[in-house]
Design a protein around this ligand. Sequence first.
Ligand SMILES: NC(=O)c1ccc[n+]([C@@H]2O[C@H](COP(=O)([O-])OP(=O)(O)OC[C@H]3O[C@@H](n4cnc5c(N)ncnc54)[C@H](O)[C@@H]3O)[C@@H](O)[C@H]2O)c1
Length: 341
Amino acid sequence: MINFGLIGCGRISDSHFKAVETIESAEITCCCDIDISKAEEKKEKYGIKSVYSDYKKMLGSEKLDAVIICTPSGLHSEVGIAAASKKLHVITEKPMAIDLESADTLIQACDKNKVKLFVVKQNRLNTTMQLLKKALEKNRFGKIYLVQSNVFWQRPQSYYDQAKWRGTWEFDGGAFMNQASHYVDALYWLIGPVDHVMAETATMARKIETEDTGSAILKFRNGVIGTINVTLLTYPKNYEGSITILGEKGTVKIGGIAVNKIEKWEFEDYDDDDRIVTESNYQPPNIYGFGHLPYYINVVDSLTGKKAPDIDGRDGRKSLEIILAIYLSAKQGKKIALPLK
Ligand SMILES: NC(=O)c1ccc[n+]([C@@H]2O[C@H](COP(=O)([O-])OP(=O)(O)OC[C@H]3O[C@@H](n4cnc5c(N)ncnc54)[C@H](O)[C@@H]3O)[C@@H](O)[C@H]2O)c1
């Protein structure tokens, strides 16, 4: 049995509680939130054994194998380092940190304590995305020319007003760092390392420090040109979360509100995968999708020595670096080359 402790009982924590609940060989035995009423609520809902308001107390008192971090993003590294120093494996929500120094310190702390670090990027596990990845691995597109991602969602001012950390540089980051980070990750995962970026960002309508809108051009090392357009001001609600790949012998668009629907799938050559395109589409209950369960299956398999982690700290760091390059480009008004350091 793998025992998890969960820290940060807010919006996304339900996806973790629900996923772990369905895995027989794993259990969330305790949870923590600085607002103890939130931890109590999860205790009731999911039958959690004990609750805490101080995560350090929880780490010192409970017999755990791993810790799940669902706190504001700016705290992931600090909490992860505390868990690693207790020899606990770390599963952190995305982004793993909001600056490279914190990400590197977390990776090093996990290495030093010989524990595993997992970064949650559940979108990679969507059936639609898995099918697209397979088509790329089979080289069905031939030479890829252009890739585009659109994240046209709506976050009203009330979303930011719900919690002080949202929309701050210290704990959150903006539309690229928070909402679009899965899409930046997908572009990296599907197309490869980025050579340089050029970007514009703006805070057009929300009263926040960070951007609510932005566009970036990514030039990949393999020559592909990519663009990503993000706004959280889409009227009147979430409209599209998509990735389009245009190649010599194929065109694919995965769209829907959160890459849940294959809208275009056309290749020069037939492949048996073409027959399962329609059944890969699904209706997610929300934009977070269904990926947390397959993600945890890999976590548990890795912790029991059956598999390697799907997405570890070093992999999670890649999209963080691209996002930070986007911010730097927008701030300095120039092309930014990767790696950043
Ligand atoms: N994978 C995804 O698709 C996805 C979706 C949403 C959010 N997230 C990520 O999950 C994280 C949390 O987002 P959310 O929307 O659930 O936020 P939230 O504000 O709803 O929840 C965060 C919780 O952490 C608690 N908290 C703050 N400081 C704490 C501390 N020191 N110790 C214990 N608890 C503390 C808060 O009281 C709050 O309940 C963010 O990093 C976000 O980027 C990921």
